[in-house]
Design a protein around this ligand. Structure first.
Ligand code: UDP
Length: 237
């Protein structure tokens, strides 16, 4: 598809749809980055796998009442989405402590959070995506207090739906990152991707990692693991 490139990020390229100017095409890349881009490698097949996995998850969320930018998967590596203006917040939801929160606050690995813990990070590469509080979010973005509350309620709803989704594939949803965007009419919807790049998923019985941590920690072959994950998710439907 010949279309205008609007933006290239670490994991995706964003084009304006050539057939419908209100829609965007997300093209998933094979690049994997970690530690805010300090570790980088290309994995043939990763773009297809994340596109396919994300394209299973968004319709599932939609069927459970979660509105998003997702319209449909177009081909192996691309999906069609509604144009939104991304709110520069990374909304992280945690069910178990691992990763940055264990280092930052000293939580013991696997400490359960019930209710799930929400953290906000300011999406800004130059600043290394710092942790921020609600007051910072109101100053740094155009969202209102009511919208911030709405985003948090939505993030917890998404957690409930996704936990069940992954549980039926014998996976624990440990934590994940969401991004929200504003539609031209002002409403805020779930945007970006949901994939093993943005979620931590552990095998229910063995706790084996089935997400980008295998690349971050150099403990496994990313494409093999993502392929196994896709097969598990496809087997559940
Ligand atoms: N995450 C993400 N993008 C980021 C940072 C984090 O998708 O830029 C996801 C990550 O995959 C994990 C969750 O958010 O599922 C929490 O990540 P954490 O804050 O523990 O960061 P990390 O330990 O990966 O630096």
């Amino acid at each position: 598809m010949k279309a205008e490139l609007l933006y290239e990020g670490k994991a995706k390229k964003v084009y304006r749809s050539s057939t419908d100017s209100e829609k965007l095409v997300l093209a998933y890349k094979n690049d994997a980055t970690a530690f805010n881009g300090k570790k980088k490698e290309s994995f043939p097949g990763k773009g297809r796998l994340n596109n396919e996995i994300s394209s299973l998850i968004f319709p599932y969320l939609h069927n459970h009442g979660i509105r998003s930018h997702f319209i449909k998967r177009l081909n192996e590596t691309e999906q069609l989405v509604l144009e939104t203006e991304i709110i520069p917040l990374e909304v992280v939801v945690r069910n178990l402590a691992t990763g940055s929160i264990t280092k930052r606050l000293g939580f013991k690995e696997k400490t359960p959070f019930n209710p799930a813990l929400i953290e906000l990070f300011y999406k800004n590469d130059e600043l290394d995506d710092p942790l921020i509080n609600d007051d910072h979010a109101l100053l740094l973005t155009d969202i209102t207090l009511a919208e911030l509350r709405e985003i948090k309620v939505k993030a917890l709803e998404i957690n409930t739906v996704l936990r069940e989704f992954f549980y039926t594939s014998n996976l624990t949803l440990v934590d994940f990152k969401l991004e929200f965007g504003r539609l031209p009419d002002g409403r805020i919807v779930l945007s970006d991707e949901i994939s093993p790049d943005t979620c931590r998923l552990w095998d229910l019985e063995t706790n084996a990692k089935m997400d980008k941590d295998v690349f971050r920690q150099g403990t496994g072959d990313l494409v093999t693991v993502y392929e196994q994950l896709l097969q598990r998710l496809e087997a559940r439907v």
